[in-house]
Design a protein around this ligand. Sequence first.
Ligand code: SAH
Ligand code: SF4
Length: 402
Amino acid sequence: MQTAPVLSMPIPGHIDPVPVPRALVPRSDGRIDLLGLSKADLRMALETSQHDPKQAKLRAKQLWHWIYNRGVTDFSLMTDISKAMQPWLEQRFTISRPQVVEAQVSTDGTRKWLLRTDDGNDYEMVFIPDADRGTLCVSSQVGCTLNCRFCHTGTMRLVRNLTPGEIVGQVMLARDALGEWPSQPEGRMLTNIVMMGMGEPLYNFDNVRDGLKIVMDGDGIGLSRRRITLSTSGVVPLMARAGEEISVNLAVSLHAVTNEIRDEIVPINRKYKLEQVLQACADYPGANNARRITFEYVMLKDKNDSDADARELVRLLKKYDLPAKVNLIPFNPWPGAPYECSTPERIKAFSNIVFDSGISAPVRTPRGRDIDAACGQLKTASEKRTRAELDRLAEEKQAALG
Ligand code: SAH
Ligand code: SF4
């Protein structure tokens, strides 16, 4: 299958995204995938397929319910749609799921899925069960254009934005795997979503926003925005828009308290400085003491983990008067990583200094390390294929399809 050219464009270098129009592009089998279409686009897809506007509105409502509330992918199971209409829909439309290449389970119960897009790009999603909640870690891109020095994803060569359908598709697939249809507000295993998988979500702003809007829609999956957290490395110009247009919880990958160190380990800092990031946090719409901003801080031995660093972190958070909580992340190693994790004693001492100032600073327990599912360990084989190889694979697939 092929994806629309605008959606599969590689993203060159450190640029801010330019909004692109999204057309209703049929797949190579001629059918339009309904997964990931907004309510308005779903209605438009029906109208352009010769439904009259009134009928299209009703049909779109029915389909939305079946797709996002019931998790149904087969038109013949949609009992309130007439038997005559079902094959008609089947011919024109499809309701996809990401292709699962591999599913792994960690000894601690964390689950990781390796997924593949229609055009052969691999990405990952991770489910982290806890006693009272379950968190799905969702990817926003295949790879990442930013090269944070401690992050495995940042070493991937190939990058492509995931579409809204591929973003919401991860949630659908997790619900399928957990047997959580129909959507119900109580007793779910999947209770929270973090945009902390592969990629920088704010460099794929429109698709992340549109995908999350579907996830939050009360007629479908209905996950509250308070249960969704978007993590950014600090794409300052888009942080306010994220607050206004998506209004989920914000997490910021701070990781350092000086521009010198942050320039080195989070290279986007060379463009948007620490002070600008903190100011954007202070201006983030909707942040208050009940909805704090999470500051992620990866603990790197002898790099950013001294008592002085902890005190400076507190000073900065207070200076900008931020409703903050700090999340200390023990560095998760990967082959060839240029850093080591701070010792447990150092992490504890750092945490204590921040806690003593009145700011919560729990240490994140690494989850799923044995299956490389922990923070910063996600990386797929997609980097091993060049564009030419991918084109060849697509041609072969096309030929095989006849
Ligand atoms: N791109 C976004 C979200 C994905 S990364 C961002 O950078 O915020 C999710 C979190 O894991 C980020 O805070 C990231 O900095 C952190 N992380 C990346 N590599 C890591 C590693 N090797 N060990 C621990 N945390 C890591
Ligand atoms: Fe990209 Fe986030 Fe990894 Fe940095 S930490 S390379 S922004 S995924």
